[in-house]
Design a protein around this ligand. Structure first.
Ligand code: ZN
Length: 278
């Protein structure tokens, strides 16, 4: 099993960083219930996460999937006795794309000689979240609350962030990415920056200086502000080109150069911007 370590970023607020994909899962421990944030990529990884959670708390567990990408929710099978929260769009997305995501992951693992992992993904039952929200929702964990926040479209059309107001921590899912560019495959490139700014402006997260991205290192508020700036600049440049009526992938990607985003990211963002124009 791949290596992973817990880090307590605030009292009772833990981040589990996994070597694989540099994925971060979260645990917020309350007096009566605890919240697990994201469940990893397949059933056995979910089981392993559950064991690790049980080292830290024996309270009842509640789960949230930040979004419907496999690495954040295919481990749900290990948490099926818990209430699993997500945005309703995540349940729709998983229903629509779950099997396709599975096939892509299996193909990739096989192509890179990881047949055993491929088999585990293949055998994993996709368990849909069934406590569905569409707006900011407070969960009482006993002695503390957490807030599930929907601030608009960004990395997907259904990203939830999780704020822990008493600890000034926000878990962002893949709305924030550290160590790699924001991932554009299912993104809304022109709407992502306003969504991040809306999160930054929330009462419950506004004062937070500990932001936990879906992947990579824990960051501070200024990092999130900088990523919002970068995405806003890209969107502004894309909009200018889209306004000329001469927009293509090349012209959009060209316009986005110099912002610190890779060519691949810009091209994916350009494809999405063009798809979404209609
Ligand atoms: Zn994602």
């Amino acid at each position: 099993m791949s290596e992973a370590t817990w880090r307590e970023v605030a009292p009772g607020v833990h981040v589990r960083r996994h070597e694989e994909l540099k994925l971060n899962c979260g645990l917020v421990v309350g007096e009566e219930r605890s919240l697990v944030i994201d469940t990893r990529s397949f059933h056995a990884q979910g089981d392993e996460l559950l064991d690790a959670v049980r080292q830290l708390t024996d309270t009842e567990l509640v789960v949230v999937n930040t979004h419907a990408h496999y690495d954040h929710c295919f481990g749900n099978a290990a948490f099926r006795d818990s209430q699993i929260y997500a945005h309703s769009g995540a349940a729709d997305g998983l229903r629509r794309t779950g099997e396709h995501q599975r096939q892509q992951v299996v193909d990739h693992l096989r192509a890179t000689d990881r047949e055993q992992l491929a088999e585990q993904v293949r055998e994993t039952e996709i368990v849909l979240p069934f406590y569905l929200v569409e707006e900011d929702t407070v969960l009482d964990l006993g002695g503390r609350t957490v807030e599930l926040q929907y601030a608009g479209r960004g990395h997907t059309d259904h990203d939830l962030a999780v704020a822990v107001p008493d600890a000034a921590v926000v878990f962002t899912g893949d709305l924030v990415e550290e160590g790699a560019d924001p991932a554009m495959e299912d993104a809304f490139p022109l709407e992502w920056a306003p969504t991040l700014r809306s999160l930054l402006g929330r009462d419950s997260s506004g004062a937070s200086d500990t932001w936990v991205p879906g992947h990579g290192q824990v960051v501070d508020r200024s990092f999130v502000e900088a990523q919002a700036e970068q995405l806003a600049s890209m969107a502004e440049r894309f909009s200018e080109v889209l306004g000329t009526g001469l927009a293509g992938v090349d012209s959009l990607a060209n316009a986005g150069r110099g912002l610190g985003l890779t060519e691949d990211t810009l091209r994916l963002a350009a494809v999405r911007a063009l798809e979404l124009r209609h």
